[in-house]
Design a protein around this ligand. Structure first.
Ligand SMILES: Cc1cc2nc3c(=O)[nH]c(=O)nc-3n(C[C@H](O)[C@H](O)[C@H](O)COP(=O)(O)OP(=O)(O)OC[C@H]3O[C@@H](n4cnc5c(N)ncnc54)[C@H](O)[C@@H]3O)c2cc1C
Length: 384
């Protein structure tokens, strides 16, 4: 069997982004480069420019044609700063940054270290986004650093979200509202960043109604620091392929993760139209599902394994505490027997010390297929 992995490796920047403020960046970057270079040696790296599933064929950037019997699409979601007027230009100016961009992660950290005062605004888009908790995590970490630097009183921290609440899954809303309140972070709901004017250092938001539709009103806020949570879309080669639904994401059966139109093709990760939050934690459960289902399809059997919608977001809320959110579209799906809604040191330690190892040694190498089995055991000890 000839298996080729085709990608342009960039995903692990997200882990760097998350941990950046918690550890010396130099250490992380060195580690990141070493790990990625080792992986790159194992892979064929290129980009898919066109997929023609009716002929089980795809064309790579550079013109090489490939055919396949089975295929797994794991193209992720693309960052669309270009959908916010002026954002791409603004990212190259002082004060504007984003943990989502490999080119502006380090800049965010530097901006916080040199921040002198004014509005520090963290935005969440009116569109799909990977790791929906990342913009507010960045805001909490900034609060902690500014306090440590003794300049928190000079800053007004604003979390501006297009949602009507601070976070999607209901059970974590109150704990996160409490965190924001204690940290004196103003949460502005139903605000969608549509333009950045880097000359006047102004962020312009459209005001949304209860259904998330634009009201026609706008609000302009001056910023000293602006962290952009970018809208995301499916990559172009996927959007323009017959795999896509009308939103551009890969149209799959939400349980088996099999393409609805092409049964010899499965999806994994952020590129799919499944209703789960787009997280690396979800990918682990996707892998468990397609491991079984792809094998069954190869044997001519109908796929039976079902993805449970699992997603997780360890929300770091200070320099030593985190809320470990684990959920699916129906509600919480927590793994540990402890109270995960309360900020805790153990959740922080898990995020800081265990998850990076799990990511590099388990998920990336295909050994970690999510905490589902572990949860069956720990549930026996769970007390709400
Ligand atoms: C700041 C930040 C913090 C996050 N924190 C967490 C967290 O704490 N916990 C968590 O679980 N998740 C977190 N996430 C989300 C997590 O990183 C993603 O959900 C995860 O990486 C999705 O994996 P994926 O393989 O689907 O996509 P990706 O990791 O984006 O990988 C997709 C790959 O496909 C490649 N590709 C795209 N187009 C093509 C093409 N045409 N041809 C070939 N290859 C292509 C891309 O280059 C990329 O390498 C975070 C994300 C961000 C941005």
């Amino acid at each position: 069997m000839n298996i080729q992995i085709i990608l342009n490796f960039s995903s692990s920047w997200k882990l760097v982004a998350e941990l950046e403020a918690l550890e010396q960046p130099a250490n992380l970057l060195q580690n990141f480069q070493k790990e990625v270079l080792e992986l790159l040696n194992l892979m064929k790296i290129t980009t898919t420019s066109q997929i023609t599933p009716t002929q089980n064929a795809l064309t790579l950037k550079g013109g090489e044609d490939l055919s396949y019997d089975y295929m797994v699409i794991a193209m992720g979601a693309h960052l669309r700063f270009d959908k916010i007027k002026g954002a791409l230009e603004a990212l190259e100016t002082s004060g504007v940054c984003s943990n989502y961009s490999p080119f502006h992660v380090e800049k965010h950290f530097q901006e916080v270290l040199t921040f002198k005062g004014g509005n520090a605004i963290y935005t969440y888009p009116n569109a799909p986004i990977k790791c929906a908790g990342a913009p507010q995590k960045a805001c909490y970490i900034t609060d902690s650093i500014l306090r440590k630097r003794g300049v928190r009183d000079e800053a007004k921290l604003i979390y501006a979200t297009s949602l009507n609440k601070i976070f999607g899954p209901e059970s974590y809303i109150k704990p996160l509202e409490k965190v924001a309140c204690e940290k004196e972070i103003e949460v502005k709901t139903r605000r969608n960043l549509i333009e950045v004017d880097s000359n006047s250092k102004t962020a312009i938001f459209e005001v949304l109604d209860v259904d998330g539709a634009p009201t026609g009103e706008t609000e302009s806020l001056e910023y000293s620091l602006l962290h952009i949570g970018p809208p995301c879309s499916a990559p172009k080669a996927l959007r323009s392929s017959p795999f896509a639904d009308k939103t551009g994401f890969m149209d799959v059966d939400g349980e088996t993760l099999q393409s609805k139109r092409f049964p010899n093709v499965f999806g994994v990760g952020d590129c799919m139209n499944t209703p789960n939050a787009k997280t690396a934690a979800s990918v682990s459960s996707h892998l468990k599902t397609i491991d079984k289902n792809l094998s069954q399809v190869m044997l001519g059997i109908k796929p039976k394994s079902k993805y449970d919608g699992y997603a997780s977001c360890p929300l770091v809320v200070s320099r030593n505490s985190a809320i470990l959110a684990e959920f699916n579209p129906q509600g919480t799906l927590e793994t540990t027997p402890f109270n995960q809604k309360k900020p805790s040191r153990w959740a922080y330690s898990l995020k800081r010390h265990i998850l990076p190892a799990l990511y590099w040694n388990g998920l990336i190498k295909g050994y970690w297929n999510g905490p589902g089995t572990m949860r069956k055991f720990t549930r026996m000890f769970k007390s709400e």
